[in-house]
Design a protein around this ligand. Structure first.
Ligand code: ZN
Length: 337
């Protein structure tokens, strides 16, 4: 099969590799569509993401869907021909975090496109059958692939306990901010304000259900009158996060989703005096059923996030299109093309 391989920072090549054999409990999936993520771009440009360093050739791509073509030994609840969305992280299932239901925190998680685990910019992958979620026909291939970033949004809204009537502030209108805005509306938020520093991204936020937008270039959020019960920080920009925390109401919740630097300054007395909860998120757990429901019902529009499409030989273009086109939201790679 053909696979797009990151050899080292800045070097991607299409190589021939053997089609993997599905092991016990695994299915072999012919990959249909794969979304590109900021982390893929970061691996391509820098050869690492935080503590994860590319030391051996790595296949990128972890927002994937495809069709089951074979089942390994012991797989009884998947059948060839089924369309599946791949949950890219498979935990060990036995450690304390897993047993408590927090499998996203499993220290032995094997996550696609994270060294040393290959991703899905290739024609076939073998993956755990329980993490290959069947999707209904109403979902397009692209929507099925983008259930992964939607899961990030679902998890963030769950961590923030977004509920009916809430006023939600989302900083950063990239693909994650846009799915968070839509998910927050679906969870019952009355107002969703999205801030960004890009005109095209603010326009996208309005298309994707934001009730208000704030151009962060025009001044601090705190001075714009925004009062939020929930802040979902998706920009990864430390100054944006610190400014947005000042717009959070007493007993509000702050969830830090965006990844920026290692450290961030927060207005601690504001947090203390108002008993604001601040938490991080790491990927997601048990989100695919909700994500499938949100996308299948139309509550969340994933198809409209896709702005660019590429074949396997154009992975570099897919990873860098955001640098060239300010209208770019999500590029999808089709490994069969
Ligand atoms: Zn575990």
């Amino acid at each position: 099969m053909r696979a797009s391989v990151l050899r080292q920072a800045g070097e991607v090549r299409v190589e021939e590799r053997p089609v993997p054999e599905p092991g016990p409990g695994q299915v072999l999936v012919r990959v249909g569509a794969v979304g590109t993520c900021g982390s893929d771009t970061h691996y391509y440009e820098h050869g690492r993401v935080g503590p994860f360093v590319v030391r051996a050739p790595l296949v990128l791509g972890h927002e994937a869907m495809g069709t089951v073509v074979a089942c390994g030994p012991g797989v009884e609840d998947r059948v060839p021909g089924e369309r599946v969305s791949l949950e890219p992280g498979v935990p060990d299932g036995v450690c304390e975090q897993c047993r408590l239901g927090r499998y996203n925190l499993c220290p032995r998680m094997r996550f696609m496109a994270t060294p040393p685990v290959d991703g899905a910019f290739c024609e076939y992958v073998a993956c755990d059958a329980h993490f290959a979620h069947p999707v209904p026909d109403v979902l397009s291939d692209e929507a099925a692939a983008l259930l992964e970033p939607l899961s990030v949004g679902v998890w963030a809204c769950r961590k923030a306990r977004v509920g009916p009537g809430d006023r939600v502030l989302v900083t950063g209108a990239g693909p994650i901010g846009l799915v968070v805005a839509q998910t927050a509306r679906a969870f019952g938020a009355a107002e969703v304000t999205v801030s960004d520093v890009s005109g095209p991204r603010l326009a996208a936020a309005r298309r994707f259900g934001a009730t208000h937008t704030v151009d962060a270039r025009e001044g601090p959020l705190a001075g714009s009158g925004v009062r939020a019960h929930v802040l979902v920080e998706c920009s990864g920009a430390a100054p944006a996060a610190a400014d947005a925390v000042l717009a959070v109401e007493p007993a509000g919740r702050v969830v830090l989703v965006g990844m920026g630097g290692q450290e961030m300054t927060l207005p601690v007395s504001h947090v203390q005096n108002r008993e604001i909860e601040v938490t991080g998120t790491f990927r997601y757990a048990n989100t695919w059923p909700a994500a499938i429901g949100l996308a299948a019902s139309g509550a969340v529009d994933l198809d409209a996030l896709v702005t660019h499409r590429f074949g396997l030989a154009q992975v570099v273009e897919a990873l860098t299109v955001g640098r060239r086109d300010p209208e770019a939201l999500k590029a999808v790679v089709y490994p069969g093309r």
